[in-house]
Design a protein. Structure first.
Length: 67
């Protein structure tokens, strides 16, 4: 019986899989901890992966041609 497998997740080309970064704002808070913010990759929205190519093509076809 054939096994159906999901396509492997593709690494985001914009961030190479490193989708989030903590950026220090400089200085410390009252507890002595560094103040940081988290920045997410705008392409993958912080996941590090993008949908399989087949899904991207289907989505583009749906947007271009009304079925």
């Amino acid at each position: 019986m054939p096994q159906h497998r999901h396509a492997p997740a593709r690494v985001c080309p914009s961030c190479d899989g490193f989708a989030s970064a903590a950026i220090t704002l400089g200085g410390c808070d009252r507890n002595g901890q560094r103040r940081t913010i988290t920045a997410h990759c705008p392409t993958c929205h912080g996941t590090g992966t993008v949908p399989p190519l087949r899904q991207l093509l289907d989505d583009a076809a749906d947007a271009a041609f009304i079925r």
